[in-house]
Design a protein around this ligand. Structure first.
Ligand SMILES: [Fe+2]
Length: 260
């Protein structure tokens, strides 16, 4: 499995505290069935500043340490960028990173609201050939109250990234229900861990995909897994209505069952 959002890089933010913590997180990722992780330290969220060059160096070091320790996990560079006024300018100045060097860029909104400038920022990025990936929209209060706040951005061309723990139910049944609702609306396109440690915010991708398969079918799981792979490969993601085809298959199956 591929994980496009994690805080595995040490000394950057509220993720891994040191190299040992990063190493044990990498081991846990492997146990969960993850082969590649994009390291996405917080940037410009009011607490942490992690410009692109710092992240690139740290990713190189972590990969070296993982190889030395015999841990077969590939770590790729990325960044979780809070929406801020100089974002477009800083992107031009090489201070920001996309996900694994692709056209996909991970954006974080404040948890309480959808910023006024969100549509404009997404629009501008899309014009420049980038694809905004909105981190954990299910954890945004305005989106939770009114999912059309998110679907407007998706219609513009942005993507939604659901957090594994939200879907798995670790953050409560309300958030799990909302997560499944956003899946059914085609408002989210990829699932990622947003892992910060091995205890409270672990990887948990296999558990989330398990819930997804149970609730929405194997086609849905395949759709999300493929999209994570496509993002790091800088390929076009699938925006097709997978649930519609899932429902159609079920109807067809029901039809043949009745015939039989
Ligand atoms: Fe994050």
């Amino acid at each position: 499995m591929i994980d496009i959002h994690s805080h595995i890089l040490p000394f950057m933010d509220d993720g891994a505290a040191d190299w040992d913590a990063a190493l044990t997180m990498a081991q846990a990722a492997g146990k969960d069935g993850i082969s590649t992780v994009v390291a996405t330290p917080h940037h410009a969220n009011g607490v942490y500043l992690n410009p692109a060059p710092n992240i690139g160096q740290a990713v190189e070091q972590l990969n070296q340490r993982l190889r030395q320790a015999g841990v077969m996990l590939q770590v790729l560079p990325g960044q979780e960028i809070r929406i801020y006024s100089d974002l477009l300018n800083d992107l031009e100045q090489g201070q920001l990173l996309t996900l694994a060097g692709s056209r996909y860029i991970l954006l974080e909104m404040p948890s309480s609201r959808v910023p006024r400038t969100m549509e404009e920022t997404c629009h501008e990025l899309l014009i420049q050939g980038f694809v905004p990936v909105i981190a954990h929209p299910e954890r945004n209060a305005e989106v939770a109250a009114d999912p059309s706040k998110l679907t407007r951005l998706i219609e513009l061309g942005a993507l939604g990234q659901l957090t594994a723990q939200s879907l798995a139910g670790t953050f409560g049944s309300k958030l799990q229900k909302l997560s499944l609702d956003l899946c059914r609306r085609n408002a989210v396109h990829v699932i990622a861990s947003d892992a910060h440690d091995n205890q409270h915010r672990p990887f948990g991708l296999s558990e989330a995909y398990g819930v997804l398969t149970k609730e929405l079918g194997a086609t849905a799981t395949d759709f999300f897994r493929q999209n994570a792979l496509k993002i790091i490969g800088n390929e076009d993601i699938i925006r097709a209505d997978y649930l519609q085809s899932h429902t159609k298959l079920h109807r067809l199956f029901g039809f043949f069952s009745r015939k039989g």
